[in-house]
Each structure stands twice: as structure tokens, then as C-alpha cells.
Design a binder for this molecule. Structure first.
Ligand code: NDP
Length: 451
């Protein structure tokens, strides 16, 4: 193996930027990881020589395809679909499918890159991938969503499989969409196999999968607090989003004795100073998954609550913050506002919701900050357990899976502290997650030689 010159971080990032023009989200995600990995690799020449990070930041493949469908008025509609298969060194590609108008190749490449580290952290044998389409499910009829999902799967099916690539849900893809896609896969291949996770309970889905990401983000937060001698109980929490992750995070915070003050959607946020009860959270779940309504309706339903159009919730004073909507939804100024209002811990249910500048604010103020790749890994971990159950053709009960999720999140927290604990006891969870996630994948890649 020829020894190449060891580039520094700046040169490495200049190369990434040049090779991925305009892909700002992807470049941002690689930059965040590369900062820590370059420090870690400083005395590890073998990783440099094998160009391991460069190889991880170059997806194994990016599949892009046309998705044609007909709307209810018989207009032909054309969308673009993708599957980014980033890295399968430690297991089949695994990662969700996102349907949202903001989906681009850059967004999916960033998510697939992050997923590689996250999946490694879970300790389960899963590689990293992500997919989606620039399709907006909002305002579409069930029949339109079904036709879109079927058309999307008509191309995707040839690229996936239970030992190749196992997609799941993400923004805009919940139980309904997984059902339509699984039905189409089965019809095209004539095979029933665990090719998707997040399935319905009736056809191979796992107990606890819908709850896993939100609950897991709260367990991660609880682990961070415990590490500093604190607890969730008695603390106020500000949550963004009102989808799968946000509602389950709110549910777990409430169960543990915390008080949830806010939820949001892309229209704005609601502030409920009385805090949310299970009844109110169930009302939001129904609003979002059955009625497909807007969060603004909460303020009409529950007295004392207010709606703030076009705003995000980060100026509301709180002890705990859980961004659970989307990427880059918490910027530097908002992070400063949270810090000056006394926030103690931040746990990311969403992927990369805090900008790089925002993360720096939390680190400088020594706030406990759990990045998405560690804090929201509970979802993919239970997806991994769904794969195990499918291949064994058994189902475990929710009690057992709940315990497994708690243990998995504790294990992830431990791995982060192993590499992220600093003098004085402050834990840099970003660094811990990046290094622990990187090491396992890197060592597997080293074993394969140059491929
Ligand atoms: P959902 O589609 O169920 O909910 C998404 C929520 O975020 C909705 O309230 C949506 O509002 C809001 N949202 C979406 N885009 C924006 C935007 N541009 N600005 C403000 N709000 C926005 O998705 P999930 O809850 O599944 O996913 C949320 C986040 O968690 C994503 O970052 C996802 O990648 C991440 N994640 C999800 C996992 C899972 O298991 N589902 C696993 C790990 C991470 P609106 O209704 O207005 O669109």
C-alpha cells in the first residue's frame, strides 16, 4: 500500500467542498465529524494511509430515479427519488426514507453519512444509508400517497433487500407509507421478508418501534443528567416538532415527571405554560396522524395555550431542550437565548437540528449537549431489533424491548463518555460519538483492504 501524504483538516475539507459543489448540508456534516476525527487520527498513521475518512465521506453509491404518479385529477406528476448507500462495512445499509419538498441529494448524503456513525454506536450490525423523494405528502389524499409510494418502490425494490439495504420511516414517512411500500415490494418480488422496518404490528413490525426514537432521546438526556447528578423530574422542557419523534419525547418527559411547554410544526409553535398531559399529547398525535391538521389548532382546543406563527420555540425559558423537527432548526442566536435562559441539557431527537455555530455556543457554555447521532439512535436500534425478530420469525413483547432500548441508550452514553470526557468532568458528546462511531467502521474497513 503506497503511503500518501497526510493532509490536514483544512485541505481535506477543501477537497470535500470541491467534490460536492453546492451540497452544503453534506459538507457541514462531514466538517463536524472531520474536526474530531483528525484530532483522533493524529498519531494513527494507518488510518491516514488507508484514506479511511475520505472513503467514508464518499458514498458507496447514490441511486437517483424518476418517480411518476397520477394525482386525483389525472394530472401526471414527476418527482425525484434517491437512495444513498453510504457504507456497509459493518452490516447491510440501514436508514430511513424521507418525503418532503426540501429533500435534495445533499440532504440525503448528509443523513446517510451521519447514519453510518449512529448505527455503529448502537453496537448492532448495521451500515449507513438514507433515501427519499422531494414529494410533499401534505394535502394529498390517501389514494395519491398510495400511488406515489407504489411508484417509488417500483424502482427502489431492485436496490434493497434484507441483507442488502433495509429502509425505514423518517419525515413524511410513517406507518401508512411503510405499509404501501411494503405491499408493493411484496407484490413485485413475491417474497415476504424484513426489507423495511417500522412496519405495522400485523405484518412483522416490532413493538416499541414507534416510540423508540423519542423515548430514546429522553433516555439519553436522562443518562447525561444522571452523569452530573441530576434527573428529568421537576424540570421544564421545550420541544420542537409534533411528529413521531416529538410526541414520543414529550410523552416520556411527562412520564418521568418533567413538564413539556412547547411543540411546533413548520407553521409555528404552541406554548402551554400549564404543561402537557398524556391526554393533550394523545390529542396532538391524533391531530397529526389521523386528522393531518396543524399545531395551531392546539391553542384553540386548550385554554391558556398560545400560538406563535412563523416562530420557533427556543426563546421560551426552560431547563431542557429537545429539537425534534428537522435539520438546522436551532441557530447560534437561539442557542445563546437558551443558554441565557438557563438551559441545562439539550438532547437532539432530530438529525443535525443545531447549526455548527449553535453547537459551539453549547460547548463554550459547558451545557450538556447530546447530538442526534447519539441521542436519537434508539429508533434505528429498535429497527435493528425488528430485523432480528423478522429473521427469527418471532416477536418480542414491549416490556422486553423497552428494557433493551434502555440498555442500548445507556451503552451509547457510555461509549460517548469513553471518548468524550474531559478534565473537570464535562463530556463532549459530539467528540465521543464521532470517535466511537468512527472507530468500529474504520477498523472493519481496514480489514477489507482497499475496496
Ligand atoms: P414526522 O414527519 O413525524 O414529523 C416531523 C415534524 O417536524 C413535523 O412536526 C413537521 O412539521 C416538522 N418539520 C418538518 N420540516 C420542518 C421544517 N423545515 N421546519 C419546521 N418544522 C419542520 O418526522 P419524525 O418525527 O419521524 O422526524 C423528525 C426528525 O427526527 C427528523 O430530523 C428525522 O430525521 C429524525 N429522526 C427520526 C427517526 C424516526 O424514527 N422517525 C429516527 C431518527 C431521527 P409539518 O407537519 O409542518 O411538516
Amino acid at each position: 500500500m503506497a503511503v500518501s501524504d497526510h493532509v490536514d483538516l483544512e485541505t481535506f475539507m477543501a477537497g470535500v467542498t470541491k467534490r460536492n459543489p453546492g451540497q452544503t448540508e453534506f459538507i457541514q456534516a462531514v466538517h463536524e465529524v472531520a474536526q474530531d476525527i483528525f484530532e483522533f487520527m493524529e498519531d494513527k498513521v494507518h488510518y491516514h494511509e488507508a484514506q479511511i475518512l475520505r472513503r467514508m465521506a464518499e458514498p458507496d453509491r447514490v441511486i437517483s430515479f424518476r418517480v411518476c404518479w397520477e394525482d386525483d385529477n389525472h394530472n401526471v406528476r414527476v418527482q425525484r427519488g434517491w437512495r444513498v448507500q453510504n457504507n456497509n462495512a459493518i452490516g447491510p445499509y440501514k436508514g430511513g426514507i424521507r418525503f418532503h419538498p426540501s429533500v435534495t441529494e445533499s440532504v440525503l448524503k448528509f443523513l446517510a453519512f451521519e447514519q453510518t456513525f449512529k448505527n455503529s454506536l448502537t453496537g448492532l450490525p448495521m451500515g449507513g444509508g438514507k433515501g427519499g423523494a422531494n414529494f410533499n405528502p401534505r394535502g394529498k389524499s390517501d389514494a395519491e400517497v398510495m400511488r406515489f409510494c407504489q411508484s417509488f418502490m417500483s424502482e427502489l425494490y431492485r436496490h434493497i433487500g434484507p441483507n442488502t439495504d433495509v429502509p425505514a420511516g423518517d419525515i413524511g414517512v410513517g406507518g401508512r407509507e411503510i405499509g404501501y411500500m411494503f405491499g408493493q415490494y411484496k407484490r413485485l418480488t413475491n417474497r415476504w421478508e424484513g426489507v423495511l422496518t417500522g412496519k405495522g404490528q400485523e405484518y412483522g413490525g416490532s413493538q416499541m418501534r414507534p416510540e423508540a426514537t423519542g423515548y430514546g432521546a429522553v433516555y439519553f438526556l436522562r443518562n447525561m443528567l444522571k452523569h452530573q447528578g441530576m434527573d428529568v423530574e421537576g424540570h421544564t422542557a421545550v420541544i420542537s416538532g409534533s411528529g413521531n419523534v416529538a410526541t414520543h419525547a414529550a410523552e416520556k418527559i411527562t412520564q418521568l415527571g418533567g413538564k413539556v411547554l412547547t411543540m411546533s410544526d413548520s407553521g409555528g409553535f404552541i406554548h402551554d405554560p400549564d404543561g402537557m398531559t398524556q391526554e393533550k399529547i394523545d390529542w396532538i398525535k391524533h391531530l397529526k396522524t389521523v386528522k393531518r391538521g396543524r399545531i395551531s389548532e392546539y391553542a384553540d382546543e386548550f385554554s391558556g395555550a398560545t400560538y406563535h406563527e412563523g416562530k420557533r420555540p427556543w426563546d421560551v425559558a426552560c431547563d431542557l431542550a429537545l429539537p425534534c423537527a428537522t435539520q438546522n432548526e436551532l441557530n447560534e442566536d437561539e442557542a445563546k437565548s437558551l443558554v441565557s435562559n438557563g438551559v441545562k441539557g439539550v438532547s437532539e431527537g432530530a438529525n443535525m437540528p443545531t447549526t455548527l455555530e449553535g453547537v459551539k455556543v453549547f460547548h463554550d457554555a459547558k451545557i450538556m449537549y447530546g447530538p442526534g447521532k447519539a441521542a436519537n439512535a434508539g429508533g434505528v436500534a429498535v429497527s435493528g431489533l425488528e430485523m432480528s425478530q423478522n429473521s427469527e420469525r418471532i416477536s418480542w413483547n414491549s416490556e422486553r424491548l423497552g428494557e433493551m432500548l434502555t440498555d442500548l441508550m445507556e451503552g451509547i452514553h457510555e461509549k460517548c463518555t469513553e471518548y468524550g470526557e474531559q478534565e473537570g468532568g464535562y463530556v463532549d458528546y459530539v467528540k465521543g460519538a464521532n470517535i466511537a462511531g468512527f472507530k468500529k467502521v474504520a477498523d472493519a474497513m481496514m480489514a477489507f483492504g482497499v475496496v
